[in-house]
Write a protein that binds this ligand. Structure first.
Ligand SMILES: NC(=O)c1ccc[n+]([C@@H]2O[C@H](COP(=O)([O-])OP(=O)(O)OC[C@H]3O[C@@H](n4cnc5c(N)ncnc54)[C@H](O)[C@@H]3O)[C@@H](O)[C@H]2O)c1
Length: 382
């Protein structure tokens, strides 16, 4: 059988090497990075006779089937479009794009060239997120109606590169108002509201309180209303001094609650991911917390049965499964679950939050990126 040939752009894409290597019939044949030093290191890590390129379009002239785009976020849409025009499939790092127009171009290009586009939102693949999804599906929470997601990661030091030059993050992340990085929170949370879609958002912040000249708000809270009337509260803070906690979640339903660990890495003793369920929606009080992992039998089988090699890919196998889902989509010639429409909807929350927060929290409508596709003809199969 002919091997699937993958090209990687940007060093962050190297997080997929271990996963790709553990899947038969897949090979990494090309690597692209503007920085020659990074390119050399990357080609040594990949090994074999991987071809290296500084210019992305030159890599597209090789016989790769698909590209993993892991360059800075302002490169994602131009590179994804160029790749699809050249007949390649795409897996893109977060966020999907940096303007609303870009998001429309991305959807239209995916539809026009009928290429596979997968959004590499890796936080969805965390075992706890998958376990809560299984508990939702099994009815433990009753009807889910409210969730919180928070990405709390002080990255002020990334505004400059180690050599002192200004980095891309200085403009596209720390130079932006609003929630520039919402999808690590929204992606996981939306797993718990199957078939739902975010329709409107409103963002508030305490303003810009940092003293180092960054244009980013000192934390934002974005309220998201969904088509089915559910409510999400999405918080991002990348400029306030505090320990990191990048996967902080809460889910409330009519019969129970999930509350993730509050302290992230370096947990305080006893701070677990917790759940509490009741048999009766009418009963008040008497509920207590349990360790989420007491329900680990409900984890998807592939997590329970992950091989040591798959676990080695990182994030308890999550870094393997994301790559596996992309390769499965390529082999089966269909769109993955994390398709272009989800990528654009979740990214749009961040882009619209800039306008909301600078207009006193004004409510912004999130467009339905599927609207050009007639119902029943949703683009799922090539
Ligand atoms: N999913 C996650 O958990 C996660 C974690 C970190 C970063 N990211 C995302 O990955 C992307 C890259 O982030 P990073 O931290 O690796 O950034 P980085 O600045 O450390 O690395 C970017 C790399 O891309 C190269 N590059 C820049 N422009 C290029 C171009 N036009 N063509 C080819 N190569 C180019 C640079 O030389 C550099 O090696 C961003 O979109 C970021 O949001 C995601």
């Amino acid at each position: 059988m002919k091997k699937i040939r993958i090209g990687i752009a940007g060093t962050r894409g190297l997080s997929t090497i271990q996963g790709l290597r553990s899947i038969p019939d897949v090979e990494i044949t090309a690597m692209c990075d503007l920085d020659e030093g990074h390119l050399k290191d990357a080609s040594e890590r990949i090994g074999g006779d991987v071809k290296t390129f500084r210019v992305f379009d030159d890599m597209l002239e090789t016989d790769i089937d698909a590209v993993i785009i892991a360059t800075p976020m302002q490169c994602h849409v131009p590179q994804a479009i160029a790749a699809m025009e050249a007949g390649k499939h795409v897996m893109s790092e977060v966020t999907a794009g940096v303007t609303m127009d870009e998001l429309w171009w991305l959807c239209e290009t995916t539809e026009k060239y009928r290429r596979i586009y997968m959004y590499a939102e890796n936080y969805i693949y965390a075992p706890k997120v998958q376990l809560v999804r299984k508990l939702v599906e099994a009815g433990y929470f009753g009807e889910t109606y409210y969730a919180e997601g928070a990405y709390l990661h002080d990255i002020r030091d990334l505004a400059v590169y180690p050599d002192g030059k200004t980095s891309w993050r200085s403009y596209w992340q720390l130079g932006k108002r609003g929630n520039f990085y919402p999808t690590h929170s929204i992606g996981p949370v939306m797993q718990w509201f199957p078939g739902d879609r975010i329709t409107e958002i409103s963002t508030f912040s305490p303003g810009i309180r940092n003293s180092v000249g960054l244009r980013q708000d000192s934390g934002t809270t974005t309220m998201c209303r969904t088509e089915k009337g559910n409510l999400l509260s999405i918080r991002t803070d990348c400029v306030s001094p505090r320990p990191h906690n990048m996967d902080n979640y809460l889910l409330q339903g009519t019969k129970g609650i999930f509350q993730s660990s509050q302290y992230g890495k370096g947990n305080l003793a006893g701070d677990l991911d917790r759940v509490s369920f009741t048999d009766s929606e009418e009963k008040c009080g008497g509920m207590d917390w349990e360790d989420l992992m007491k329900y680990s039998d409900l984890l998807p089988d592939r997590y329970k049965n992950a091989t040591p090699e798959q676990r080695k890919a990182g994030h308890d196998g999550g870094d393997f499964f994301i790559v596996k889902d992309f390769i499965d989509a390529l082999k089966e010639e269909r769109q993955p679950e994390l398709d272009v429409y989800k990528a654009c909807e979740w990214t749009a929350v961040g882009l619209l939050s800039e306008l909301s927060v600078t207009n006193g929290g004004r409510t912004m409508e999130v467009p339905n990126f599927r609207k050009n596709t007639p119902v029943g003809e949703m683009f799922t199969k090539l």
